[in-house]
Design a protein around this ligand. Sequence first.
Ligand SMILES: [Zn+2]
Length: 301
Amino acid sequence: MRPPDLTQVTSIKNIKTRFAPSPTGRLHLGHVLSAFLVYAIGKKVSAQLFLRIEDHDQGRSRQSHIDGILEDLTWLGFHFESSHIYLQSDHFDRYESYFQKLHELGYTYYCDCSRKTISRRIGTDKSQLTYDGYCRNRNLGPGEGRGVRIRQESYTFSWKDLFLGPQVQTFDGLTGDPLIRERQGNWTYQFAVAIDDLVESMNLIIRGEDITHATGGQSYIKSLIHGKDCGAVYGHHPLIVGPDHLKLSKRLRSTTISSLREQGIEPEEVFRQIAKEIGIGERKNPIGLSELIEEYWNGRT
Ligand SMILES: [Zn+2]
């Protein structure tokens, strides 16, 4: 994983970036890679570093996981100023007020369709469901068991990804209107993240490439509020997967950081594994976070 060219980042003023884990479990090596890249790139461009705990889904988030994530990050050596650490659950009023704004403008509507009724209506498997717009013009009001969807109009978003290169995502009106609030009342990932990134002026967004598909939709939501996309730089990094590494690091890959710690493994051992994942090579010796950041950038050719 070659360190990215940061030319497009250095022209930004007041750079802000965030590491944003969901407290639905404990951190594992994949999270550490993500935190490392946010941290290494953020430090390189003198960004303000934020830790956003994405507990928008109150059904799946646990306080014990929030505490555990903070503990793991501290143990690994990641430092976030206390004023730069927050929970999405602190922002429920924020999401409500932006939803109301969008609703007044006619961009959203209530929907009472369950996945089951949608799949019955359009005749496809639940796993391949594209919402058919059934409630778009029903003028439903709020109520028990009603979610909220956003009208997804034609929209194209292109960006130069720090890791993936040029990207284009197009919505042609056939992609289905995404939920911004579920029928059970949870704000969706897509909405909560778009609103937080917009309100907090996050302009450097580093995350795993499994999230790439969500970027155009988040840009669309931001553009409805802001009038246009607000011009963040995105970098979707490769994940820790693949048969090449499976044999060597299966134990580290599938184990949580807390259980590694309990086994007596040191942070430097964890970062040695990260060094291998980002292509700094087979290291004989363990390596600390600061040293790894330095080697990461020295490895740039
Ligand atoms: Zn519906």
